[in-house]
Design a protein around this ligand. Structure first.
Ligand SMILES: [Cu+2]
Length: 303
């Protein structure tokens, strides 16, 4: 996708925001050109010439004052009207219905829940195209900020003060987003992706998520499943302290977009999460390579 200074709007909400941005930018550029032009003309025309005394002081010209106060007020009004109409297009109304999605910011990953569907996942949002999802945003710890530049505005996630945004995509595709409020050491690796897909693909995904993954069959995976419980992984995963892993193998990336979700990367993560994502809230368990292999075999069954 070509990079544009105005973003690549791919939803009605992002298009409205980009249009407002362009309008205000053009207006600002015009004001700048006029003011800078007048300053340059005045500096040249009224420059000091030899033999010339000080100019007579000018005290008050009500006519001009009315003009510039009036012009500034008019300019603000011209910005205010499209701003309000953009806000109406972009922000959900206060009388909210049940949200389609609840996204919770954690240091440094995103919990993604579909309350109406009973789905819980992390770091990836599946979205049917051209359907407007009401997204309820909250934080589990510090202030984060939800931002999918091509689809929706930035919105703070403040502990104790939930907010809402619309999320919608015109076309199928993967839209990247990130936390836009510095939230600690791994803020830069708090990425999120929106996977917008046709209605049928979304329905298939949702079906898959609502089913329990088939039980592990290979010997390695069976041992891995018991290691998973012995190693207290379930104390954090499945309790909201760490990302839900129920359908981990179906995700594109690991650790909030830090690496692709391949068995090798999964093994690298389990070997030492602190080496991969220093400061992350998953401790290093000093697992043996043999145990890691079995855990990976088990985690790969979670589709
Ligand atoms: Cu954050």
């Amino acid at each position: 996708m070509p990079i544009s200074p105005f973003g690549n709007p791919a939803s009605p909400q992002a298009a409205a925001t980009a249009q407002l941005f362009r309008f205000v930018l053009a207006l600002g550029a015009a004001v700048f050109a006029i003011v800078a032009g007048i300053i340059i003309v005045a500096a040249i025309r009224f420059r000091h010439r030899p033999g010339q005394g000080d100019p007579a002081p000018d005290t008050g010209r009500p006519g001009i004052e009315v003009v510039w106060v009036g012009a500034a007020a008019l300019l603000l009004l011209v910005i205010f009207v499209p701003t309000v109409s953009t806000m109406r297009a972009v922000d959900p109304p206060a009388d909210r219905r049940l949200p389609d999605l609840v996204v919770t910011g954690h240091q440094w990953w995103w919990e993604v829940g579909y309350p109406g569907l009973g789905i819980l996942t992390a770091n990836e949002i599946h979205l049917p195209v051209r359907r407007m999802f009401l997204v309820h945003l909250q934080s589990a710890d510090v202030i984060h900020d939800f931002w999918i530049p091509s689809l929706t505005r930035k919105m703070d996630m403040t502990p104790g003060h939930a907010t809402d945004v619309w999320l919608e995509a015109d076309q199928p595709g993967v839209y990247l987003g990130a936390c836009a409020e510095f939230c600690g050491v791994q803020h830069a690796w708090m990425r999120i992706r929106v996977i917008a897909e046709p209605e049928e693909a979304f329905a298939a995904w949702q079906q898959q998520q609502r089913q329990a993954p088939s039980p592990p069959r290979t010997p390695d995976a069976v041992v891995g499943a018991s290691l998973y419980h012995e190693d207290t992984c379930a104390n954090c995963h499945g309790t909201g302290i760490g990302p839900d892993l129920n359908h981990l193998a179906g995700r594109d990336t690991l650790a909030a977009g830090l690496m692709p979700n391949t068995p090798a990367d999964l093994a690298r993560w389990l070997k030492d999460p602190q080496a991969v994502k220093p400061g992350s809230l998953m401790p290093d368990f000093h697992l043996s390579d043999a145990d890691i292999q079995k855990l990976v075999a088990y985690l790969e069954t979670l589709r």
